[in-house]
Ligand binder design. Structure first.
Ligand SMILES: [Zn+2]
Ligand SMILES: [Zn+2]
Length: 266
């Protein structure tokens, strides 16, 4: 199989992705109710019973709400750093099978090599992840890798380094600053939080990131966590401009609330 990846849902209402390899089936974030996730997993041809682990970026409900329902699925291991686990556990009545990692640590889970790294966001200790499987010198199982980067107000240098050597990047392209400022629903303080250094990445922020790293290894970029009110396809297209063709990799813009079909990294 190699590695395959599918975004189950993306946006402020919830975020979760399914990553499968020969011997692992894991969720990256679980920001929907367990019931909703069950339905999403069913649509992806799998089920909670076949999920081995959940990896959490941070404690916000749109990334961690599904942990609440894991009382029914105690076999699912939940990977998080201590600060995130504490914040999620404080709202739970059951104790999931926590697997605590240190931010910045690289560790193995079955056939996955997992790397976490800190990101700037208004949560306890938010992280991004890269997941890799296989080896470059293995003809039949070459190394494949994915970066999951979401909920961050700006891009520190170390984050760029983690994106250089992956095949697939899923990165948030949260808002268009102009549409955010023009929005009538959100109070000023919320707009300040979203656009701040520990808020969410704008379309311009994504362009800067993609332009400055521009790795020849990239095969596909998923733009995720789009704001329904404060972003649009037109806004993203106008910011990305010709960058898409210059990067010569695939692009998917994930509609708010939507997901993607499986993307095969084999
Ligand atoms: Zn968040
Ligand atoms: Zn979020």
């Amino acid at each position: 199989m190699g590695m395959r990846f599918r975004i189950l849902g993306s946006g402020s209402a919830g975020n979760a992705a399914l990553l499968q390899t020969d011997t692992s089936s894991v969720l990256v974030d679980a920001g929907f109710s367990a019931r909703k996730l069950r339905q999403m997993l069913h649509e992806a041809g799998t089920a909670w019973e076949k999920i081995d682990a959940v990896f959490l970026t941070h404690e916000h409900g749109d990334h961690a709400a599904g942990v609440d329902g894991l009382a029914k699925h105690p076999h699912v291991q939940v990977f998080a750093n201590a600060a995130t686990a504490r914040a999620v556990q404080a709202k739970l009545e059951h104790r999931p099978a926590w697997q605590i990692f240190e931010t910045g640590a690289r560790f193995r889970f079955r056939d996955l090599e997992v790397q976490s790294f800190s990101v700037p966001h208004d949560a306890q200790e938010p992280v991004g992840f890269t997941f890799a499987s296989g080896r470059d010198d293995d003809l039949f199982a070459p190394r494949r890798s994915l970066a999951w980067l979401t909920d961050l107000g700006h891009i520190p240098q170390h984050v760029k380094e983690h994106l250089r050597d992956v095949d697939v990047v899923a990165v948030e392209s949260n808002h268009c600053p102009r549409l955010l400022q023009a929005d009538l629903k959100r109070p000023w303080s919320t707009k300040q939080r979203i656009s701040g250094r520990h808020g969410h990445l704008s379309n311009e922020g994504v362009r800067e990131l993609l332009e400055s790293v521009a790795s020849p290894r990239w095969r596909h970029i998923f733009l995720t966590h789009l704001s329904r009110d404060c972003n649009s396809l037109d806004a993203i297209e106008s910011v990305l401009g010709t960058l898409r063709s210059r990067l010569s990799c695939g692009f998917s813009i994930v509609a708010p609330g939507g997901g993607t079909p499986f993307y095969d990294l084999a």
